[in-house]
Design a protein around this ligand. Sequence first.
Ligand SMILES: *Cc1c(COP(=O)(O)O)cnc(C)c1O
Length: 392
Amino acid sequence: MKSSFLQPSVIELDEGALKNNIQFLKHRAKNSVKLSSVIKGNAYGHGITNFLPIAESSGMNHFSVFSANEALIAKKTQTHPETDIMIMGMIRDDELEWAIENDVEFYIFELDRLEAAIESAKKMQKRARVHLQIETGMNRTGFEEPTWKQVFETVQKNKKEIKVEGICTHYAGAESVANYYRIENQNNQLQKALNLAKDILDELPPVHAASSAAYLSRPKMHYDMARIGIAQYGFWPSRETYMQIMKSLDLDQGEDPLKRVLRWKSEIMNIKWVNSGDFIGYGNVYLAGRRMKIATVPIGYTHGFGRNLTNAGYVLIHGTRAGVVGLVNMNMITINVTHIDGAKKGDEVVLIGQQGDDEITVASFGEMTNNLNYEVLVRLPTTIPRIVQNGD
Ligand SMILES: *Cc1c(COP(=O)(O)O)cnc(C)c1O
């Protein structure tokens, strides 16, 4: 019995694009600023297990995940023994021993978790590698100002159990200048915490605060490490950040220094002609106004191609844009290819990414908001196979 068949679509990861992006990003800061590759959300839809090894071979040796279960996947996937994994969010007390045993770094933002980490470290007879998250104004997680003294004194007193690998915070929207003062205030709060830490701790641990947006647009917020998510995958955190960087580098529009790593493709499974006056697909959603050539593509909302793209989405065939006609079905879409001579069964269809000189951007998936890139990417189903395309 055959063990598996090809799926109707695949996601290709372009290793060359990733190397390009990492080089570009590294050149935006001093050499001493370390980059942590953020791979939460299944590596923004790229697939942790596929993405992590190519990021390692592109020079990344620090990875940030959201939760302990993601850390476990990353741990099992890493190919370089010295690669570090950091949990920025969810870890339960009963997962602490695993983290300590496996040298996995984790955020602490509550006193009870700090106590639990000290207990677990004692039990394991091994130091816990922790990052102390400071509340500076995001108001999500982080130690609040009245607790800072106690936190620093506790880790100082328990340095046999606790190794502070970082002091960190997270900015509440550095991708928009509308948040300028809020971010400035956060940075001032961070400074205040760092001054206190300097007084209490033997030495100041590495500091990290910036994600892609602050890293690209606010050099004074680089500190020792930046946690880079969206930009390494080749997407700008916002239009504003893009415009600012393009201007500062004196680049023309269209000369995007970031290259998209991900490309989602399928193929034409059927071609047919319909007559003027015929409806296409379910109901009366699309009426052919003339004789039309229709290609069926085996992609639908089950694969993350949303119903909101009905009569609205586009794909690329032969390097030419072709529009969705009729409803997006569970497993199929119908595409108008009347204008594409020679379009035939088996031809490549690009749903996201480049083909020829044209590109379907993630943003064209019905977006009007700044951060949609993130959401479209992480929603790409884990069931679609990811395939690494070697850049060389
Ligand atoms: C997601 C995340 C990042 C990365 O953000 P990008 O905008 O994708 O670079 C950095 N830090 C934390 C705490 C995050 O949750």
